[in-house]
Write a protein that binds this ligand. Structure first.
Ligand code: GLY
Length: 278
């Protein structure tokens, strides 16, 4: 199952179904989730990879993570690469580390042969121009602390939180992957939930969970781990609904266990799904 971000457009579910169907052809759950997330990063309609939104200073910094039952790879605030999720997988498989950030992560990417790439799109430029002419942007320039507090009230700002993610259960193994350009408006250096294990992603031998939405709120709730730890105590829909009941702002989740695969969101969220039983 994959999602194109809470607040995204439901008509994108068709393309996500196709990605889900294609990803199940991969050999492992990890390869499946990475395959789909690469496709979403390369599709500019999503806020990840090409199509990522800009920070307030006009830069694009992207976060991504992959997790399996035994491994984790995560990258924070990486710039000028095409597929952050591939770098997250490389962190997991080719380094002794779990999480890499900023210039060190980009240096690793170049060492591994990732070409320099500009992910800026017309969509990102339009979004930035919209914010530059909005009240919030003036507040950020004039009164930093007040504006940061105001970032909690997202309703008038059409905040875009189209993080992408996938969970998979293939041949008895679980995996999860996420990627995002972040939740606009945001300062350079701000870190959301997506690259933080337990917050925006979690995977273990009971299942896999990824989140989308208001990152600060997801981090405070340690949302994905809390969903994961309750797997088996109730049905997935009830667990996800319970744990997001007091959320301020948009939130979405997808989760898979050995017996269920479900999505939940408090705003529209495109979801793709494919199941094959052998
Ligand atoms: N959920 C993505 C973010 O807050 O960065």
């Amino acid at each position: 199952m994959l999602h194109g971000g809470v607040g995204g457009q439901s008509q994108h579910s068709g393309i996500l179904d196709t990605y889900a169907k294609e990803s199940i052809l991969r050999k492992s759950a990890l390869d499946a989730v990475v395959d789909s997330v690469v496709k979403m990063e390369d599709n500019p309609i999503f806020n990840a990879g090409t199509g990522s939104y800009m920070r307030i200073d006009g830069s694009i910094q992207m976060d991504a993570a992959v997790m399996t039952e035994s491994g984790l790879g995560s990258v924070i605030a990486v710039e000028k690469i095409r597929n952050p999720v591939l770098l997250a997988k490389d962190v997991m498989e080719k380094t002794p580390h779990l999480i890499m950030s900023g210039d060190g992560a980009v240096r690793l990417a170049r060492f591994l042969g990732y070409a320099e790439y500009n992910p800026v799109t017309e969509k990102a430029i339009e979004q930035m121009e919209k914010y530059r002419s909005s009240k919030l942007e003036r507040d950020v320039e004039n009164e930093r602390y007040r504006s940061l507090k105001a970032m909690g009230d997202i309703s008038p700002l059409e905040r875009s939180t189209d993080t992408v993610g996938e969970v998979a259960y293939i041949n008895g193994k679980f995996a999860a992957a996420v990627s995002t350009g972040g939740a606009t408006p945001m300062l350079r250096g701000r870190v959301g939930d997506s690259p933080l294990p337990g917050s925006g992603i979690y995977c273990g031998n009971k299942g896999a969970v990824v989140a989308t939405g208001y990152g600060e709120e997801i981090i405070k709730h340690l949302l994905c781990y809390r969903v994961y730890e309750r797997i088996g105590s109730d049905d997935l829909s009830t667990i996800m609904q319970d744990l997001t009941a007091d959320f301020k702002g948009p939130v979405g989740l997808i989760a898979v266990s050995a017996t269920e695969c479900k999505s939940y969101s408090n705003k529209p969220m495109p979801v793709g799904y494919f199941e094959r039983n052998e």
